[in-house]
Design a protein around this ligand. Structure first.
Ligand SMILES: *Cc1c(COP(=O)(O)O)cnc(C)c1O
Ligand SMILES: [Zn+2]
Length: 413
C-alpha cells in the first residue's frame, strides 16, 4: 500500500497510479506531482497532532509524507530539517521591513537544503528495494545523497561537474560514494546520470526528475507554517524568498503550501519569490516575458549550485511565483557576494547560491515589489563552508603582521 493516491503530470494533467511509473510523464516528460487523499488525511491527522510532535526533524511530518519511516533511528538521516529561524534585525532595518525572518537550512547534516530531498529519496529507495541510488549534482544534492545513503547503508553514485567546489567533492568522497567528476557542465552530468541509471538499473534521485525530491523539500513549507505562520498573526501574506537553479526547491515550497491549503490548515497562500543569478536566469526570463515556455541559457555564475542551462523543474518553479502573486528577480554576481557579507554580519555563513535569496530580497525592495509592512522570510539554502573561495571574494583579506605590538600599532594607526 502506498501512502499517496496517484501521480499527476504538471504539463498534461494525466494521472498515473503509484506503481505504474517511477520518474516523469511518459507522454511529455513533465514532472509528476504526488497527490494524496486529502479528505482521508484530514481524518487521520490534525494540525495539533503535528505541532505537538516532539520530533525535531522532517519526520514530524510523517503523516503528510509519501513514505514510511525509513528506520535507522539515531542516524544522520533522522536529523534532517527543523532548521533554526532567526530575526536579522540589521538586515530588516537596512531594507526597511517590519518583519523579517531567515530560515537557515545550512544547518542540515550535510550543510544544505538538499538533505530534505535526499532523506525522502533514501526512504523511498528502501521501500522499493533499490540498493544503489544515483544522482547528478552541482555538489550539494550529491553530498546530501551520499550522506543520507551512508547513514542508511545504501550505495550512492554521484556525477558532478569537475568544476564543483573542493569542499563539496570532499564530502562526496568522505561519505563513501562512488564519484565521477564529469569533464563538462551540470546539464551534461544530468544526462549521463540518467543513461547510467537506465544501463545499470540504479534508482535515480535527479532533481526535477524523481517525483519524491519535491516531497522532501515541501517539509520546509511545513516548518515555515509551524515556525512563522501559526506563531504570528500576520496581517498580510508571508513573502518567501528562494534562490532558484533547477527550480525544485521553490516547487517544493509551493507543494507544501498547496498540501496545507488542500487540508484546510491555511486559508491563504504565501507569496513565493524566486531569485536567480543574471548569469543563470532561464526561469526569470520566462517570468519577465509572461510565457510558460522556458528557453535554456548558457549559464555562467559564481553561484555554482544554481548554475543551470536548462532548469529541470522550470515550469513548476515558474508557477510557484505566478500562482501565488509572487515574482522572479535577477541579481548580479556582485550583489550575491555583497549578500554573503550582509548575512555574515548577522552571524550567518552562506554559500553564494544561498546568499542569492537575500540579494533578491534587497532587489525586490528596491524595485518596489514588496513594501515595508509585508512579512518576509528568506530561505538560506546552504552553508558558506561549502565554498570557501567564493566567501573569500566577498570580504577584504586579513593583514599578515609580525608578532609584535609595534606591528599591530602600525596597522591600527
Ligand atoms: C540546489 C540549491 C539551490 C537551488 O535549488 P533548485 O532546486 O536547483 O532550484 C539553491 N541553493 C543551494 C545552496 C542549493 O544547493
Ligand atoms: Zn504529461
Amino acid at each position: 500500500m502506498t501512502k499517496f493516491s496517484f501521480y499527476r503530470c504538471s504539463v498534461c494533467g494525466k494521472e498515473y497510479s503509484p506503481d505504474e511509473i517511477t520518474y516523469t510523464c511518459p507522454v511529455d516528460g513533465g514532472n509528476l506531482d504526488v497527490i494524496f487523499d486529502y479528505a482521508s488525511l484530514r481524518e487521520k491527522t490534525s494540525p495539533n497532532q503535528i505541532t505537538g510532535s516532539n520530533e525535531p526533524s522532517i519526520w514530524r511530518y510523517l503523516p503528510l509524507l509519501p513514505v514510511d519511516d525509513p528506520g535507522y533511528s539515531g542516524s544522520a538521516l533522522h536529523s534532517v530539517g527543523w532548521t533554526p529561524l532567526y530575526r536579522p534585525d540589521r538586515i530588516a532595518a537596512e531594507v526597511n521591513l517590519n518583519q523579517l525572518w531567515i530560515k537557515d537550512d545550512g544547518r542540515n547534516p550535510t550543510a544544505s537544503f538538499k538533505d530534505r530531498a535526499s532523506a525522502i529519496v533514501i526512504a523511498r529507495a528502501k521501500e522499493i528495494k533499490a540498493e544503489v541510488v544515483v544522482t547528478a549534482s552541482t555538489g550539494n544534492a550529491g553530498a546530501a545523497l551520499a550522506g543520507m545513503a551512508a547513514a542508511a547503508h545504501h550505495q550512492a553514485v554521484i556525477f558532478a561537474p569537475k568544476s564543483a567546489p573542493p569542499a563539496k567533492v570532499a564530502q562526496l568522497l568522505v561519505f563513501g560514494a562512488k564519484v565521477f567528476l564529469v569533464d563538462g557542465n551540470y546539464d551534461q552530468a544530468f544526462d549521463l546520470s540518467i543513461e547510467a541509471a537506465n544501463t545499470y538499473g540504479w534508482y535515480c534521485r535527479n532533481t526535477g526528475y524523481n517525483p519524491f525530491t519535491v516531497e522532501g523539500k515541501k517539509t520546509a513549507a511545513f516548518e515555515i507554517w509551524e515556525q512563522v505562520i501559526t506563531k504570528n498573526s500576520l496581517q498580510k501574506p508571508l513573502c518567501i524568498f528562494v534562490s532558484v537553479g533547477d527550480g525544485n526547491i521553490i516547487s517544493g515550497i509551493h507543494k507544501g503550501f498547496k498540501d496545507l491549503l488542500a487540508l484546510g490548515w491555511i486559508d491563504q497562500m504565501p507569496r513565493i519569490f524566486g531569485v536567480q543569478s543574471e548569469g543563470s536566469s532561464a526561469i526569470a526570463n520566462a517570468f519577465e516575458l509572461g510565457t510558460e515556455k522556458i528557453t535554456p541559457v548558457s549559464a555562467n555564475t559564481l553561484a555554482d549550485s544554481i548554475s543551470v542551462d536548462l532548469p529541470r523543474d522550470g515550469l513548476r518553479a515558474l508557477r510557484a511565483a505566478t500562482q501565488t502573486n509572487g515574482a522572479y528577480v535577477k541579481v548580479a554576481d556582485k550583489a550575491i557576494l555583497e549578500a554573503i557579507a550582509t548575512l555574515g554580519r548577522e552571524g550567518i555563513f552562506a554559500e553564494p547560491a544561498a546568499a542569492t535569496a537575500t540579494a533578491g530580497l534587497k532587489k525586490a525592495v528596491a524595485d518596489g515589489l514588496i513594501s515595508g509592512d509585508d512579512p518576509v522570510l528568506v530561505l538560506n539554502t546552504g552553508s558558506g563552508l561549502k565554498d570557501v573561495k567564493a566567501a573569500e571574494q566577498a570580504v577584504d583579506p586579513a593583514p599578515i603582521i609580525e608578532p609584535t605590538l609595534a606591528a599591530l600599532k602600525k596597522i591600527m594607526g
